[in-house]
Design a protein around this ligand. Structure first.
Ligand code: EPU
Length: 329
């Protein structure tokens, strides 16, 4: 329970956070334990079998329009809202802009931690601010984008001492002048979207993204997984050139700074791991970047497979894969 990879894990205590009124008490309670660990939807974590921390599950709800100007809406969601339901709610209200991020599992509060991204949009591009409680210092802060130090699947919140921050709410800046983001190849060539031309609607993009994700990514309710298990590695232009000379089909995306982002799914697939199992875990047969739990796996099984995949990819392509979900010990 509480983690989509489906690993069994126990903790000395678990407490539900539902309202900001609880924050001072939570800080007091956290002081009684070795540490505190804040859990959202549990869709981006690898949990050790026995945790020493107090676990705080975030279940606060509420969405509101904070303000509106001629050019934008500022919308706030409490951290425990389901990310996908929030995206769908905004669309229903006529506040588009998040549709490329539809169907990402997890909660609103977890979204800034790894700066979720999909189909050409990252959370940081739509973020207004993060309202967060410092559990140790017992104070509420509002952090704007720069302070959150976002980068590819990374932020300020993913580093530093664990259990320091509880994200309370996230605010988004949604421009009224909506423009479809179709840079991602699968969207660009999607039949409905390419036929729509200038008349394209946010709902069409939302539907297309849902369709693509359902096709490729396993539903955690059916098959345990934590989304992409590795980041797409970023390499220098020189390293990319060496790789390209040996493997002209390599899938890579040039970055603004001159580096290249390699498609880890392609590397893992080519290394022969797509659809391959090792004990109760395996790499998914539709998307080799997703590690799946066929049932009863432990963190040892997960690490054994991850190490084997990493070793094969580095031996074959010289590229180092970095784990994407957070390991909680
Ligand atoms: N590919 C293969 N074999 C595979 C998987 C992928 O050859 O088994 C190739 C694809 O053909 C494509 C390329 O690799 O040319 C990229 O694959 P895909 O479009 O599926 O995207 P990705 O780079 O593997 C990233 C994100 C996903 C996100 C998608 C869509 C990371 C680590 N992953 O995957 O995010 O949904 O793009 O934008 O950046 C997540 O973070 O948990 C996640 C699912």
């Amino acid at each position: 329970m509480f983690n989509t990879l489906g690993l069994h894990s126990s903790a000395p205590a678990l407490v539900r956070y539902t309202h900001p009124d609880q924050l001072p008490d939570l800080s007091r309670l956290a002081g009684d334990y070795e540490n505190a660990f804040v859990l959202g939807g549990g869709s981006n974590v690898v949990l050790a079998p026995s945790l020493s921390s107090l676990v705080v599950t975030v279940q606060s709800r509420g969405i509101r329009l904070v303000s509106e100007t001629r050019t934008e809406w500022i919308v706030e969601a409490q951290a425990g809202e389901s990310w996908h339901d929030f995206v769908a709610y905004c669309l229903d209200k006529g506040w588009p802009g998040l549709e490329n991020l539809a169907l990402i599992p997890g909660t609103v509060g977890a979204a800034p931690v790894q700066n979720i991204g999909a189909y050409g949009v990252e959370l940081k591009e739509r973020l207004h601010s993060v309202v967060a409680w410092n559990l140790q210092e017992r104070r509420l802060v509002e952090m704007e984008g720069d302070a959150c130090r976002f980068s590819y699947r990374d932020s300020f919140f993913k580093h530093g001492p664990a259990g320091r921050w509880l994200i309370v709410a996230v605010r988004f800046r949604l421009p009224k002048r909506w423009e479809a983001v179709l840079d991602y190849a699968d969207l660009h060539r999607h039949p409905v979207l390419s036929a729509a031309g200038a008349a394209i609607t946010p709902r069409q993009v939302f539907d297309a993204v849902c369709e693509l994700r359902r096709r490729k990514l396993p539903d955690p309710a059916v098959l345990g997984n934590a989304g992409s298990f590795f980041k797409n590695p970023i390499v220098s232009a020189a390293s990319y050139r060496v790789l390209y000379d040996a493997h002209a089909q390599v899938v890579a995306y040039p970055q603004a700074d001159g580096n290249y982002k390699l498609a880890a799914g392609w590397l893992i697939d080519q290394a022969g791991w797509k659809g391959r199992r090792l004990g109760p875990v395996g790499m998914h047969d539709q998307q080799a970047l997703v590690l799946v739990n066929y049932g009863g796996a432990t963190v040892t099984d997960v690490m054994r497979l991850a190490d084997a995949v990493r070793a094969d990819v580095v031996a074959r392509f010289g590229a180092q894969l970095e784990q994407e979900p957070i390991f909680v010990s």
